[in-house]
Design a protein around this ligand. Structure first.
Ligand SMILES: *Cc1c(COP(=O)(O)O)cnc(C)c1O
Length: 360
């Protein structure tokens, strides 16, 4: 008998059960081809169908017009931290970044290798508890772009608005893509490693406006130039075909749920269960960030002391609630509620919080 737990791991993370079952069913003989999609040529008709479908679903679910190129790249979101300034930061320009935590800081570090970099807002002094409103952003006039991280996976904050700026907006959406409705067309580029909300590790989804793509630096090595993969439908070299296949199934799953709007509704119920508990018992469960910037995907909290936190995490694990430990850099408890976590998982976490509090 297969025993599935509620998996709250921050990434790689839980996948929809129906997607895993579909993969299982298709693993040995992919749709009559007599082989796994893993064993198929990336030039085969069956892989072409997967590739086209994943591109079309990305456009459909995120409301992106044909002006956008959809790319499936490798190297994780981390490689995008380097490729973005390599492609778009030119002499005489500045790369502008909003620093809302660990991942933003890593992106900034890469840009500094390439050229002039500027921090439009830093949450560092305020321990990254705050998400800035537009008035707090200081974007230089010569900025090639403004980069934001929509969800701060480690510190537990999230942008609930899209900044209005006069320069191209680029967003790392690795940990909240597809979780809430956004005006994605206001972003010149979005990207996300698949392993949190879109599937398995190994592929990074990138969507960018043609207007931005045309700005890219042509004197780069072929594989690091966005134009290369855009011109070849991500088939310049062998793509991570299996992770792309998994991502396509997750995109189909989002569509079956009723699209991003329907997924957002469930996500709102999930986060209300947990934040409700935190707000009702502030002396036991202490939220770590400002209310306006609370993440719906990664809920971070502290218990009255570290001993209780350890006990909470260990006993939750015993009860089949896995992966509730806060990131090693911040400690505490983190409850990750990605799209594929069912409402029943959030309810189980809430019930456990209640039971634990009344017992200890
Ligand atoms: C996990 C994460 C990353 C790192 O992704 P890799 O695929 O491991 O490079 C980057 N940004 C955010 C917001 C993340 O949550």
């Amino acid at each position: 008998m297969t025993k599935r737990v509620f998996n709250f791991n921050p990434g790689p993370s839980t996948l929809p059960l129906s997607v895993l079952e579909k993969i299982q069913g298709e693993l040995l003989d992919y749709r009559g081809s007599g082989m796994s999609i893993m064993e198929s040529s990336h030039r085969s008709p069956q892989y072409d169908e997967v590739n086209e479908s994943a591109m079309a679903l990305t456009r459909e679910l995120f409301g992106l017009s044909d002006d956008y190129h959809v790319l499936f790249l490798t190297g994780g979101a981390s490689q995008q931290f380097a490729m973005i300034p390599m492609n778009f930061l030119k002499q005489g320009q500045t790369a502008s970044y909003v620093d809302t935590g660990t991942w933003s800081a890593k992106a900034i570090k890469e840009a500094q290798v390439i050229g002039e970099t500027h921090v439009a807002f830093s949450g560092k002094a305020g321990e990254y508890k705050h998400i800035p409103v537009d008035d707090e952003l200081d974007v230089p006039a010569n900025a090639a772009y403004l980069h934001i991280t929509t969800n701060n996976t480690i510190k537990g904050t999230q942008f609930h608005h899209t900044p209005k700026v006069g320069v191209p907006l680029i967003a790392d959406m690795s940990s909240d893509i597809g979780s809430m409705q956004r005006d994605h067309a206001r972003y010149s580029m979005i990207y996300a490693g698949a392993q949190k909300n879109l599937g398995s590790a190994g592929v990074t989804l990138v969507a960018m406006r043609d207007e931005l793509l045309q700005q890219s630096n042509d004197s780069l090595p072929t594989v690091l130039n966005y134009k290369t993969q855009a011109g070849k439908k991500s088939l310049y070299n062998t793509p991570p075909s299996f992770p792309i296949y998994v991502m396509n199934l997750v995109l189909e799953w989002i569509k079956e749920q009723g699209g991003v709007a329907a997924v957002e509704k469930v996500n709102a119920q999930k986060k209300d269960l947990i934040y409700g508990m935190i707000d009702e018992h502030p002396n036991f469960f202490k939220g770590t960030v400002e209310e306006a910037g609370r993440s719906w995907m990664n809920i971070t909290l502290r218990l009255p002391n570290e001993e209780l936190e350890k006990k909470f995490i260990a006993e939750a694990k015993e009860a089949g609630l896995i992966g509730l430990k806060g990131h090693r850099s911040v400690g505490g408890v983190r409850i990750s509620l990605y799209n594929a976590m069912p409402l029943a998982g959030a309810q189980a976490a809430r019930d456990f919080m209640q039971e634990f509090m009344s017992r200890v």
